[in-house]
Design a protein around this ligand. Structure first.
Ligand code: MG
Ligand code: ZN
Length: 219
């Protein structure tokens, strides 16, 4: 059996399980985002800022995927939201089965918004459906403006791009307009937000958008 065939079978099995997750989310009216980025782009920081802004207006639960440690889960738990940690022990992405297992430890009833923070990696998480409504990709300005061109699959499969760390632009060679244009060239349908978790800039727009989406799903 060729490597390609094995990989296709793995992804087919994953898609089946993702569909089961999706049906469960639908049943509970839970809007689910799959937060993806390179390591260090600020997924957890954005999540903290978002939870701060939402301030209980939307019932949120979080699944934290990490290669090692529950440090990020601890940061999120401070906001008094249900958190389930998945430690992949070296695994470089979450898959639908891991999420299914995590869902077994979580009560979805009454949850409007579930945030799945994926492992920091822009490659394989692009190919693994977890059952989410959409992938949200974070690209920080420190990574340069050519990120979408280097990892097109992720930007193609995402519905939303959050450009983070915009406060650092004056110190970097990153061209914000170029980053945005590169992303939209790959995927013209991307909704784009610009944020800084240090100054809080853009967090309101992004969070209010999430509230609207979560409200539409649970209706
Ligand atoms: Mg994190
Ligand atoms: Zn992987």
């Amino acid at each position: 059996m060729s490597v390609v065939t094995v990989e296709r079978k793995v992804l087919e099995k994953n898609d089946e399980l993702a569909q089961l997750n999706r049906e469960l989310f639908k049943k509970h009216g839970t809007f689910v985002i799959n937060l993806v980025s390179s390591p260090g782009s600020g997924k957890t920081s954005l999540l903290e800022k978002t939870l701060e802004h939402l301030n209980g207006r939307v019932k949120v639960a979080v699944i934290e995927g990490d290669v090692q440690t529950d440090l990020d889960a601890q940061r999120v738990a401070k906001f008094d939201v249900p958190v389930v940690q998945i430690v992949t022990n070296g695994g470089c992405h979450l898959d639908a089965r891991l999420v299914q297992d995590a869902l077994g430890k979580m009560e979805l009833g009454g949850i409007n918004l579930l945030v799945i923070e994926n492992v920091g990696n822009l490659v394989c998480p692009a190919g693994y459906d977890l059952g989410e409504a959409m992938k949200v990709v974070i690209a920080s300005t420190t990574e340069g403006d050519d990120k979408p061109l280097k990892y097109p699959a992720m930007f193609r499969n995402a519905s939303v791009l959050v450009i983070n760390k915009i406060d650092l632009v004056p110190y970097l060679s990153c061209n914000l307009a170029e980053l945005r244009a590169n992303a939209l060239r790959i995927n013209p349908n991307l909704a784009v937000f610009e944020t800084s978790c240090t100054t809080g800039s853009g967090v309101r727009e992004w969070s209010e958008w999430l509230i609207t989406e979560a409200g539409t799903t649970s209706r």
